[in-house]
Design a protein around this ligand. Structure first.
Ligand SMILES: Nc1ncnc2c1ncn2[C@@H]1O[C@H](COP(=O)(O)OP(=O)(O)OP(=O)(O)O)[C@@H](O)[C@H]1O
Length: 705
């Protein structure tokens, strides 16, 4: 489809197809397009308005938002309401599809911001600033400053309650005023928005905002979050449901593993060698695990030996079990007190992860491996009713799986005491320590009652560990922590066949459709860089009759979970996602990942493509490389491709060469060349399962290379 056809295409009546399947009933009953008619015209007036539901209902379902594109219509709307929202009418309809300025941008506020990158998943501040102005008009918030993200930040309030002063300005942001809560009801979203997925792009660098910063709790002055996630199935078959390891599972054994640090215990080769209790062994068998992956071979004995650990292993290679199994083994061995109802729970283990869906997945793994034991795992995360989290906790909690913001909320409410914490796990640790979540994590370890690093065991896992983040980790880990690197730190999974196509921004949609039509019904994740774009592309694909759903931070939690569910079960074989889905998600049968937009860092690329090719299965990743915007990635891409023994296109090498930056390996963009432990304790290379060794004494920075 050419760009010229875009407008015509987008206003076809079947646009309603993007209304998620699960929403259709609701939309068809309540939708009438009214809301849209009351949508103010300028982007700065769209903040307080209708939810994306409205967007779908009135804009898409009726085609009105997309049809009402002329200035006259816009100004009419401007006069009629202050309720309209989210750039539905104007931003989307006018600037988005109608005149095909989707990627060109124009002088309107929205598109300027969009172009600047400030409207990206990764942004938030300026967008919110714009909204602030509108809020002011509607009697709410009225800030309009680019700092307004903090002003409306429940996390900050929460943090204030716990650690310092509250920000009084937040109050106005309350009910539905936040961008996140366009729905008015505020349900679910709770301003979590930016949280685990927003990046402040002013500097062009990823810096994920913490969940706390987005104010996920819904318990302070923010909107009431009412969403209660459905309980997971309780039957044993569901608990132990798993997918098959792939043909390359055995090849894991050939991956080089490097252990650095002193006195590392030897790797184990089999589950039996771990000497786990019978119940755990039964659960492992029921989960279909017969053989250890390399990261498990090394990490399990290290954790069992009580050592702190930073472990880096390729995506989909079993890091979750690598920390859960030894922790559970210890707990069983130590004879933890069986969980029971108490107003203040004192978990022995806290696991944190950057996204809600990921922490939920980790919880399900914890529940699976602790099946039939007295260990009770609980999950709490933003976008859900706080009362629900509290009710889960007070029933007993040995392992608490939490997103950072919700965790701090619950600690602040004195439902969780930290004195008994023996294990602190940071999954996706590089993300948990970066500018977005790092401050929250630091608050956590300095919370009253939290055992010092000498008194607890701290475990960090990720597929990527940029040098600069490794350095920050020292604050959390004992100085003698061990570092396990399976393969190249930050390297891509070799089971993913990577293809980089040079595609200019105006050809991307056409190319995407062509690829998806060839793929057929195979499950595919399509990554885009911004939340709005995720909506645009999902809508576009539905219009092309490709059954699609989407996940991003502007969707309510209920919608996010439903989208993931629809994708998992194959109802919607295409999932358009922002980076919120880049890390950790383990979805069976994802055969393809398409980077419609490349991410801003190479680490993010590695995580995204790691949604396929998991656990020895093969997968394919196709990335659209736009020389207008992606040249900075050429060099690291060449490195990642060649390390993973993939073909490197000549044109990419040329770009990489022409944009060569000496000393690139030290780049803050996500350093794939940080091949080892930054303490410089270089170690001998080992084939997984055959030995481990010890590091020499750390050496000076200068001598490292
Ligand atoms: N030893 C094993 N045998 C069989 N399956 C396993 C084994 N270990 C892990 N798995 C399965 O492999 C899949 C990927 O594991 P997991 O999600 O822990 O990977 P990960 O390394 O954490 O990936 P990511 O870096 O993307 O977070 C899961 O479905 C898990 O149940």
């Amino acid at each position: 489809m050419g760009d010229e056809d875009w407008e015509a295409e987008i206003i076809k009546p079947h646009m309603s197809s993007y209304v998620p399947v699960f929403e259709k009933e609701r939309y068809s009953s309540g939708a009438n397009g009214d809301t849209f008619n009351r949508t103010p015209a300028s982007s700065s007036e769209m903040d307080d308005g209708p939810s994306r539901d409205h967007f779908m209902r009135s804009g898409f379902a009726s085609g009105r938002s997309l049809g009402n594109r002329d200035a006259g219509e816009s100004s009419k709307r401007e006069n009629t309401s202050t309720v309209g929202g989210f750039g539905v009418g104007k931003s989307f309809g006018n600037r988005g599809f109608s005149n095909n300025k989707f990627e060109e941008g124009d002088s309107s506020g929205f598109w300027r911001r969009y172009q600047d990158g400030n409207d990206s998943e990764a942004s938030g501040s300026s967008r919110r600033g714009g909204r602030g102005g509108f809020r002011g008009r509607s009697g709410g918030f009225g800030l309009g400053s680019s700092n307004s993200e903090y002003e409306q930040d429940e996390g900050m309030q929460r943090a204030g309650g716990l650690f310092g002063s509250r920000r009084p300005t937040l109050s106005g942001a309350g009910n539905g005023d936040t961008y996140q809560n366009r729905s008015g009801s505020g349900s679910g979203r709770g301003g979590y928005k930016g949280l685990n997925e927003e990046v402040i792009t002013g500097s062009g660098k990823n810096s994920w905002k913490s969940e706390a910063e987005g104010g996920e709790s819904g318990d302070t002055q923010g909107p009431k979050v009412t969403y209660i996630p459905p309980p997971p199935p309780e039957d044993e078959d569901s608990i132990f449901a798993h997918y098959q390891t792939g043909i390359n599972f055995d090849k894991y054994d050939t991956i080089l593993v490097e252990v650095s640090g002193h006195d590392a215990p030897p790797a184990i080769l089999t589950f039996e060698e771990a000497n786990l209790c019978q119940t755990l062994n039964n659960n492992i068998a029921k989960a279909g695990y017969t053989k250890l992956t390399p990261v498990q071979k090394y990490s399990i004995p290290i954790i069992l030996a009580g050592r702190d650990l930073m472990a880096c292993a390729q995506t989909g290679s079993g890091k979750t079990a690598a920390f859960l199994l030894p922790i559970l083994a210890h707990m069983m061995c130590d004879g933890i007190t069986a969980s029971r109802f108490k107003d203040l729970q004192e978990p022995e283990c806290i696991i944190v992860a950057p996204t809600r869906e990921l922490i939920n997945q980790i919880y399900l793994e914890a529940r699976k491996f602790s099946f039939g034991t007295c260990v009770r795992a609980v999950v709490i995360y933003g976008g859900t009713q706080l009362g629900h989290s509290i009710r889960q906790i007070v029933q007993g909690c040995n392992i608490l799986c939490a997103t950072p913001g919700r965790l701090m909320d619950i600690i602040g409410k004195e439902k969780i005491g930290l004195r008994q914490v023996k294990y602190l796990v940071l999954d996706e640790a590089d993300r948990m320590l970066d500018m977005g979540f790092g401050p929250e994590m630091r608050k956590l370890i300095s919370c009253p009652g939290m055992p010092s690093k000498e008194q607890r065991q701290t475990l960090m896992f990720s597929a990527t560990f940029p040098e600069e983040i490794q350095k920050l980790a020292g604050e959390f880990l004992k100085s003698d922590y061990l570092f396990v690197a399976v393969g190249q730190v930050g390297g891509a999974c070799r089971d993913v066949q990577q293809t980089i196509l040079q595609v200019g921004q105006y050809s991307k949609r056409e190319k995407l459709v062509e690829i998806l039509r060839n793929i057929g019904d195979e499950r595919t994740m399509v990554f885009v860089e911004t939340k709005k774009k995720a909506d645009f592309i999902a809508t576009f694909l539905c219009q092309e009759k490709i059954s699609t759903t989407s996940i991003h931070g502007d969707r309510e939690q209920r919608e996010r979970e439903q989208a993931l569910g629809d994708f998992r079960c194959g109802k919607c074989p295409v999932l358009v996602a922002t980076s919120v889905a880049a890390r950790g998600l383990d979805i069976e049968n994802v055969q393809h990942v398409i980077n419609f937009d490349l991410p801003s860092t190479i680490d993010e690329y590695v995580h995204r493509i790691g949604r396929t090719g998991r656990c020895g299965n093969t997968g394919r990743a196709i990335s659209f490389f736009d020389p207008e915007s992606d040249n900075h990635l050429a060099q690291p891409l060449v490195k990642v491709l060649s390390d993973a023994q993939q073909d490197v296109p000549a044109w990419l090498e040329e770009i990489a060469f022409s944009t060569y930056v000496p000393g690139f390996s030290g780049s803050a963009r996500g350093n794939v060349f940080a091949s080892v432990d930054t303490r410089k304790g270089k170690n001998t290379l080992n084939t997984a399962g055959f030995s481990s060794s010890q590091a020499p004494n750390p050496v000076d920075d200068e001598s490292w290379d």
